[in-house]
Design a protein around this ligand. Structure first.
Ligand code: ATP
Ligand code: MG
Length: 582
């Protein structure tokens, strides 16, 4: 069927939407692909829906190729299964919760591990039934703290979520590998530039976990890779190599010094170096104590938590939050300091924290025997040579310090370089957490129950529309890769005279008959308006039918390169069917 611009439900915009921060958002709105309804809620207009469906088709083909079977769950779900796994609470404020008319609790599914596990338990019972991979392409709901950039981070979005069910760890490893390969095929077919990085498993438990990040300077995720090896990880998953513990014996005694006006690391280091202490200090010799408060989601009471990191680094809030998941984290307010007078701002040390029962977690570099300059819990005072394992004993370690370019790679090979990306997929060996919650067992050959082990695998299908746009656009508009474009050829009738119109109609009909997906700009608008819209909409090939027709030629323009070619009108259908691979 030919899509006629004269009747297509589409109005392109001249102006960028005021709230658009990133190119994909700007262009998808201007070109009439999506329209905003609410924060993080967007409608799909005809062009946007086509691209979305094209992406879904690629995902379906590759899921089918690894034996995935498609099913579909409701988005509106009862509370009980999520209560059983703890996620009703752990999901915190990101979960949309609601009540029905009888007062029963419901939620809008943020992901569906519970339902898949329960459904497999309901249908399967024997070891002979396994393994199985099930998936859906379905709308998810998350009350994101910061919906952003249009469909890139929505509160309602489309995800492909699949789940593997295996009898043992080897089986799970195989299912995971199959998904990994399927994802590589999907993202290659979609024309994406992406990296595969190690990820945290967070509150989900489980072991192996990797993310697929589309490379994009506008991305919210930061990842690092080694200059010397194939190590690559989301910064949230980077583990700080711990130096070997040092002997405590022979370390000088801790000494408290009067250090007036040294509330910052910089002022402290300057002061120490101008005092006559017999050695030079750097920020890395100081232990900075950052105090935050944490609480279980959906509870009232905050617990104060001390974090000790080397003074040459800042706390990375995303790393801190990832380490503490599912706890909610907040910075201290003035009222918290007032309520806890032992916290002497700028001079907080491990001692007051430990004396007052505050949990104290330190950077993995703070090993037994290391000596630190840190707060002495008294205005204008610091303590020098406070030794870990002798003068203070942390309650554990935490990955909260920023990761920097040039840091040693955790695998011991090379140093780290950093870049930004957008998460497009996540593959994850869940293990038995959900099977345990629901008692999902298969009866073995020996009639003994076997606990099933699960994997969970997500693709951000609607986000991909934006991510592809983010990687494929120019100053004039969108430039879709052929695999997802809303059409193959955009025919622009450039001219008012009847012969040109008739010629455009005829070519469009012939292309359509040859299986090419055609847009036909048959509007009574100026060629300038039509060209601008064609560039903005981003169909990969533009066919201009204009004055040349009288001399038997039309122009074929490649949207991506801008190259133009004159083609004899009687050859252009064969040329284009060849080009678009129909
Ligand atoms: P993010 O870190 O970006 O919030 P996530 O870790 O919460 O992602 P998963 O729970 O693993 O993501 O979901 C699987 C996939 O769904 C993600 O890889 C991403 O592509 C997509 N996705 C997650 N949240 C959103 C959202 N709010 N809007 C659009 N797509 C999303
Ligand atoms: Mg998220």
């Amino acid at each position: 069927m030919i899509t006629r611009m004269s009747s297509l439900f589409l109005r392109t915009l001249r102006e960028d939407p005021a709230d658009a921060e990133v190119p994909s958002h700007r262009l998808l709105v201007r070109a009439g692909y999506v329209r905003r309804v609410a924060p993080g809620g967007y409608s799909w207009l005809p062009l946007g829906l086509r691209v979305l469906r094209n992406i879904e088709a690629v995902v379906r083909e590759e899921m089918a190729a690894i034996g995935g079977q498609e099913i579909q769950f409701p988005a509106l779900l009862p509370r009980e299964p999520y209560e059983a796994t703890g996620r009703w609470t752990e999901y915190g404020d990101s979960l949309f919760r609601l009540k029905d008319r009888k007062g029963a609790d419901y939620l809008l599914g943020p992901t569906h591990e519970e339902l898949f596990a329960l459904t497999v338990k309901g249908e399967y019972s024997s070891y002979k039934d396994y393994p199985v991979v099930l998936y859906q392409i379905q709308t998810k709901y998350r009350d994101e703290a910061r919906p952003r950039a249009g469909i890139l981070r929505g509160r309602e979005f489309v995800m492909k979520d699949s789940y593997s069910f295996d009898l043992d760890d080897d089986g799970l490893a195989k299912s995971y590998q199959l998904h990994r390969e399927a994802y590589i095929k999907i993202f290659d077919r979609l024309g994406l530039d992406y990296v595969i990085v190690a990820a945290t498993s967070g509150a989900m438990g489980g072991s192996a976990s990797e993310e697929f990040l589309a490379v994009a300077p506008t991305g919210e995720d930061t990842y690092v890779r080694s200059t010397e090896s194939d190590y690559a990880a989301n910064v949230e998953a980077v583990t700080t190599p711990a130096p070997p513990a040092q002997p405590i014996e022979g370390k000088p005694e801790a000494q408290v010094h009067h250090t007036p006006n040294t509330p910052t690391i910089e002022t402290l280091v300057d002061f120490l170096n101008s005092a006559d202490l017999g050695r030079t200090f750097t920020a890395a010799d100081t232990l900075k104590n950052v105090i935050v408060k944490v609480r279980q989601p959906r509870t009232e009471d905050w617990e104060i938590l001390g974090i000790g990191i080397p003074g040459d680094r800042e706390v990375d809030l995303k790393r801190l939050e990832a380490s503490l998941e599912p706890l909610e984290v907040s910075l201290l307010e003035e009222a918290d300091f007032a309520a806890n007078p032992f916290l002497v701002k700028g001079y907080i040390g491990p001692k007051a924290l430990q004396d007052n029962g505050v949990r104290y977690l330190v950077d993995p570099q703070v090993v037994t025997g290391t000596a630190w300059v840190t707060g002495a819990d008294k205005l204008d005072h610091h303590v020098v040579d406070l030794v870990a394992g002798r003068d203070f004993t942390p309650d554990g370690t935490i990955e909260a310090a920023e990761v920097r370019e040039g840091d040693a790679s955790p695998d011991g090979k090379g140093t780290l370089v950093a870049a930004r990306g957008i998460e497009i997929g996540h593959i994850f060996q869940l293990g038995r957490k959900y099977a345990d919650a629901f008692g999902l067992d298969a009866l073995g050959a020996d009639a003994k129950p076997i606990r099933i082990t699960m994997g969970s695998y997500g693709v951000g299908v609607s986000r991909l529309v934006a991510v592809i746009a983010e990687q494929h656009h120019d100053d004039l508009g969108l430039v879709w890769p052929r695999a997802v474009a809303p059409a193959d050829v955009h025919v622009v009738i450039a001219g008012k005279d009847e012969a040109v119109f008739a010629g455009g109609e005829k070519l469009a009909a012939e292309l359509d008959a040859a299986g090419v997906r055609v847009f036909l700009d048959d509007r009574k608008a100026t060629p300038g308006v039509k060209f601008a819209d064609a560039e903005l909409i981003g169909v990969p090939t533009i066919l201009v039918v204009g004055r040349g027709l009288a001399n038997g030629v039309v122009e074929v323009k490649d949207r991506a390169s801008g190259n133009r070619e004159e083609i004899p009108v009687d050859q252009v259908v064969a040329h284009l069917t060849d080009l678009v691979g129909r």
